[in-house]
Design a protein around this ligand. Structure first.
Ligand code: HEM
Length: 394
């Protein structure tokens, strides 16, 4: 069967606006009726069952992140997320350590993260109300990545602007010239900042991740460092920001009347992981078939684009008991909000800690915190889902 005939047979007409607003009823229908569907609007097959999504993520020999063409590589340059095999492993091995509990991130989380969060709370605590995403979640997340990378000489606002500029390129599927100009300017400025930092730490090493990357034993070229740091900036700021917002939202809505008196780290990790399952910030992991293979009973030819839908898998009734319920003591734990397999999130440890410290500092400082019902709550997004605004009062 030709690819075109196959796509027609499994086609689902899903308006993108519906996916953006509330994808969960759509996922439930697809899981029951068409667990692998061709979605013309996405230009991809959408896999929604947990078992199939994990199969895609764990079999790079069948479903590769090294797609051809690769929009991600065209925009950000070749990075660990657009490679497979030994090259992907080499770069990740060299670049992950500063982001783990054994690296630079450890000292940052232990000694500095809470102070960043407290300083932001100080700015609005007297006001009695705040829009949390812009005043708190965004700067805490941005300042964290900036500090771990070692980009201390640029402001948090500048780092955020660079992140948004790079993301403008990633969202520019239609080649809009205005978005492209924003992206090109951010890309050029970031490249200059990173080249200067690389030169600086080569002659005067410091404790930063970038300084770690330039050490001769790492085997990374300057361009590899730049491309992969650009990837981190595009993905490592928005997700913890959305995570902080969703965790605060979930704490205020799902835990009324059952809040622990002294939530400890173990409580927060359980709580945060259930929030990330129920409200996954990243929608899909994109892959391409390397050969003819079967997924969800569909015989796919080589070269088909597949979106393994992480947010759908995290609510698959075939895997989770009461998938739409918030159940903090779940026995099944293997959510895929950070993906699985080779491309499992490099910044997972730091991201979880940003959310933990970000949410807990805020809730400790303002115990009377509540949702401000007089303001609209906007949670939306398919590829990237989170609160667009989160108005709180006390
Ligand atoms: C709550 C926070 C976060 C979430 C939910 C998240 C989610 C994800 C997901 C789903 C992937 C895999 C995509 C795929 O398989 O195609 C990924 C990969 C990645 N993430 Fe995160 N992320 C978070 C925080 C961070 C942070 C703080 C960084 C900082 C550097 C980061 C850097 C990366 C990188 C570099 C990759 C590519 C890994 C590879 O290809 O091997 N992420 N992330």
């Amino acid at each position: 069967m030709t690819s075109e005939t196959l796509r027609k047979q499994y086609a689902e007409d899903i308006p993108l606006a519906e996916l953006e607003a509330d994808p969960y009823p759509i996922f439930r229908r697809l899981q029951a009726e068409k667990p692998l569907a061709w979605v013309e609007n996405l230009g991809m097959w959408l896999a929604t069952r947990y078992e199939d999504v994990v199969h895609v993520l764990k079999h790079p020999e069948l479903f590769t992140a090294e797609t051809e063409p690769s929009f991600l590589a065209d925009v950000l340059g070749v990075s660990m997320l657009t490679l497979e095999g030994e090259e992907a492993r080499r770069i990740k091995r060299a670049m992950q350590p500063p982001f783990t509990a054994g690296g630079r991130a450890k000292g940052f989380v232990r000694d500095e993260l809470a102070a960043i969060a407290h300083a932001r709370v100080d700015e609005f605590i007297a006001d009695g109300a705040v829009e949390l995403m812009t005043r708190y979640a965004e700067p805490v997340s941005t300042a964290s990545l900036k500090r771990v990378l070692g980009l201390d000489h640029i402001s948090t606002q500048k780092m955020w602007d660079l992140c948004q500029g790079v993301c403008a390129g990633l969202a520019n599927f239609e080649g809009n010239p205005e978005l492209d100009a924003v992206y090109q300017a951010a890309k050029a400025e970031l490249e200059e900042i990173l080249r200067a930092k690389i030169a600086e730490v080569r002659s005067a090493p410091d404790e930063s991740a970038i300084s770690y990357y330039v050490e001769p034993g790492r085997g990374l070229s300057d361009q590899e460092i730049i491309n992969n740091v650009r990837l981190m900036i595009s993905g490592g700021i928005n997700e913890p920001r959305d995570g902080i917002g969703m965790v605060v939202y979930a704490y205020l809505t799902h835990l009324q009347g059952s809040r622990p008196a002294n939530p400890d780290r173990a409580f927060w990790l359980k709580f945060i992981n259930e929030v990330l399952r129920l409200y996954s910030p990243v929608g899909t992991a994109a892959r391409m078939t390397t050969q003819a293979t079967t997924l969800a009973g569909v015989e796919l030819p080589k070269g088909e684009f597949i979106a393994g839908c992480l947010s759908a898998a995290n609510r698959d009734p075939g895997f989770w008991t009461d998938p739409d319920e918030f159940i903090i003591d779940r026995t099944q734990k293997d959510h895929v909000a950070f993906s699985q397999g080779q491309h499992r999130c490099l910044g997972l440890w730091l991201g979880l800690n940003e959310i933990l410290v970000g949410a807990s500092v805020l809730l400790e400082r303002i115990p009377q915190l509540r949702l401000d019902d007089s303001q609209p709550l906007k949670i939306s997004g398919f590829e990237f889902r989170g609160p667009k605004t989160l108005h709180l009062a006390w």
